[in-house]
Design a protein around this ligand. Sequence first.
Ligand code: PEP
Length: 256
Amino acid sequence: MVDKTRRKPLIAGNWKMNGSADMARELVDALLGHLPIGSVEIMVIPPFPYLAQIRSRIAGNQLLLGAQNVSMHAGGAFTGEVSAGMLADVGVAGVLVGHSERRELCGEDDAQVAAKFEAVRRAGLKPVLCIGETLQQRDAGMAESRVGEQLDAVLERCGIEAFAGAAIAYEPVWAIGTGRVASASQAQQIHSFVRTRLANHDATIAGLVRILYGGSMKPENASSLLACPDIDGGLIGGASLNAGHFLEIASAAARA
Ligand code: PEP
């Protein structure tokens, strides 16, 4: 397994459906005033309407721009959808695919998530593949098998090569927005399982792919999670809406 120090930490802030033009300006300016933070890559993932506005503020800076969702289609009669090419056009670098809220609330299944992953790759952007088990699945001892299924759907459609440059976010559904966080050992166990599953296909790619933890990550718990050998950063929801908290998590990643 490749040494963790070869993977730059990535701290990504998923604003979900929160914010306003004013909030976007204030939050991004507050972050820009503190960058860089070691070698940590920092990505903000606002709602679609604020992407272009934020892009013009961060031009030439080290902040990366992400999107929360994408269409699996390249274009055409899909009212209300946004293609990966359009996201590339407005300066997006990375795209979440398969966030649990989209799986649960919008009925996205593993096959659709894999198609979105492929669309993002085709546009030359970085997919951030979100995977994770529900509480019911964890209690039934199925955490690894569910995460394995979600990963395999993308491996089967896109191949292991598609993971070069991609990131994976392990987000136990029971920890998202609940204030309940996975323990460092629970998270490390699944991260290691994910890396091993990728290594069965290609050990080099597996050693370099960044696996982020997501699920109520906060300044208070970030250091212990980020110290784990297979945790390479975080996908942060609630705490990313507060610049100070988000920066504290990024600083914990720099120290890890
Ligand atoms: C998320 O939205 O991906 C997330 C992890 O949210 P929170 O940090 O609020 O649990």
